[in-house]
Ligand binder design. Structure first.
Ligand code: SF4
Length: 457
């Protein structure tokens, strides 16, 4: 097997990553751009990057992901990609007719130093951007950051290009959902609706990357935040930004530009983070929490207390994106489990600060930002865990070490469900409870002696 050669002995590595716990920036920019209605993401670089980014998103969401590319060859690599981008903009509006082209850079165009705002100004001067159409951009050099940084950069770009302040406040709350699934975005909007709160979610990939099969191909599915909605975010009463790494930059930029107060919260995974989200929405929109949401919470608390003994003391290793890991670890602690190893590939000291807070009652816990899956495997080899949680790449460790494994995060290439069933909110937390229990109990049934093989739990 692939990871049989993982060495138990841990040596300090500063210039080598083995099995990264992240992907590259443009994937995040592309995912965020797909959350704008009638938007075509555009990769300013060579075809190979765009093909890789599209195929990773397509494999995760099981939906065809459309994006265009500046298609760099040797000429552009030497002289810069201005001519390619100008031609691409003209061609895209003529042939594919999007409302928005969302340009992101790649390693190559960043190294060349292409000045995208200058190229877009030139396109505007040349009349290549039709009336009522938009070209936005963000820089996504992949030699720094991760797909989460790319996502954050594109969401900040939305604020930069679209947010306006009309002077009169609108009765609406902005929600920046962070890097979560389309199903999660739908669930967050449902919770807000249930509370009677009007929201503008940006980006919003529900009904884009989980669109129903209708027998008729729609190049631009019906979902996504519209340009009109994006232009209104500067007049909202406030912004709830979910996840420090993916959402705080856009919330801060909107406050600086249009004076919209914001609160940065954890992604609402689990009981406590969902409580904080509901409470913030209640305060910001000045509404009451309806009984229906209290009942959802009650059902989650009931399930947790019924199953307490199965969770207690179980050691868990996790890897993936920082915003997801922070909230997920907190939920595991709520369940009386022990998240002992937590690794993200995304760099950022804030992660360690957040994890120290969340794991302060787990003294044996180790966590690392800008780490890799190889290190996580080494930790597991030295002292095993009862459960592994992470993206598809965790299956190699799970198989080699014979550990129950739950797929969560990005990318999940070998299962479905993540884009259909939410993990956020009280209902999402119940799904997590069910998955964790299923994994633990399946293992118990597999390994227990015949006399303990119980029919009823
Ligand atoms: S890391 Fe850079 S070169 Fe590689 S696919 Fe990503 S953008 Fe392209």
């Amino acid at each position: 097997m692939l990871l049989r050669h993982t060495d138990k002995e841990i040596k300090e590595r500063s210039a080598l990553t083995v099995n990264p716990a992240k992907t590259c920036q443009p994937i995040g920019a592309m995912y965020a751009a797909l959350g704008i209605h009638n938007c075509l993401p555009h990769s300013h670089g060579s075809q190979g990057c765009c093909a890789y980014h599209r195929s990773t998103l397509t494999r995760h969401y099981k939906e065809p992901v459309m994006a265009s590319t500046s298609s760099f060859t040797e000429g552009a690599s030497v002289f810069g990609g201005q001519a390619n981008l100008l031609e691409a903009i003209q061609y895209i509006f003529t042939v594919y007719n999007p409302d928005v082209i969302a340009v992101h850079t790649t390693c190559l165009s960043e190294v060349i130093g292409d000045d995208i705002p200058q190229i877009l100004a030139r396109a505007r001067e040349d009349g290549e951007i039709p009336e009522g159409k938009y070209v936005i951009h963000c820089n996504t050099p992949s030699f720094v950051g991760s797909h989460v940084t790319g996502f954050a950069n594109m969401v900040k770009g939305m604020v930069h290009y679209f947010a306006e302040s009309g002077g009169k406040k609108l009765d609406q709350i902005n929600i920046i959902p962070g890097w979560v699934e389309p199903s999660d975005m739908r669930e967050i909007k449902r919770l807000a609706r249930e509370m009677g709160v009007t929201t503008v979610m940006f980006p919003d990939t529900s009904d884009v990357l989980d669109a129903p099969l209708t027998g008729r191909h729609q190049f631009y599915p019906k979902g996504g935040v519209t340009v009109k909605e994006l232009q209104s975010i500067g007049d909202s009463m406030g912004t709830i930004a979910l996840g420090h790494f993916a959402s705080s930059a856009a919330a801060e930029a909107l406050d600086a530009k249009c004076n919209v107060p914001y609160e940065i919260l954890d992604i609402p995974y689990g009981l406590l983070a969902t409580d904080r989200f509901i409470d913030t929405l209640r305060r910001m929109a000045k509404v009451e929490v309806p009984e229906s949401i209290n009942a959802e919470r009650g059902r989650l608390v009931d399930a947790i207390s019924d199953m307490q003994s199965y969770f207690y003391g179980k050691r868990v290793a996790l890897f993936g994106d920082p915003d997801q890991l922070v909230a997920l670890s907190e939920f595991l602690v709520t369940l009386n489990m022990r998240p002992v190893y937590v690794v993200t590939g995304t760099p950022g000291k804030k992660f360690e600060e957040q994890m120290s807070r969340v794991l302060e009652e787990i003294p044996e816990a180790k966590f690392k930002q800008a780490g890799d899956i190889y290190l996580l495997h080494q930790w597991i080899k030295n002292e095993p865990v009862d459960l592994l949680m992470g993206n598809t790449y965790g299956k190699f460790i799970a198989r080699d070490e014979d550990i129950p494994f739950i797929r969560i995060g990005f990318p999940i290439l070998d299962r479905i469900g993540h884009s259909y069933f939410p993990t956020v909110g009280y209902i999402g937390a119940l799904r997590l409870v069910e998955k964790i229990l299923g994994a633990i109990m399946d293992r118990q049934d597999r390994d227990c002696p015949e006399e303990s093989f119980e029919l009823v739990m």
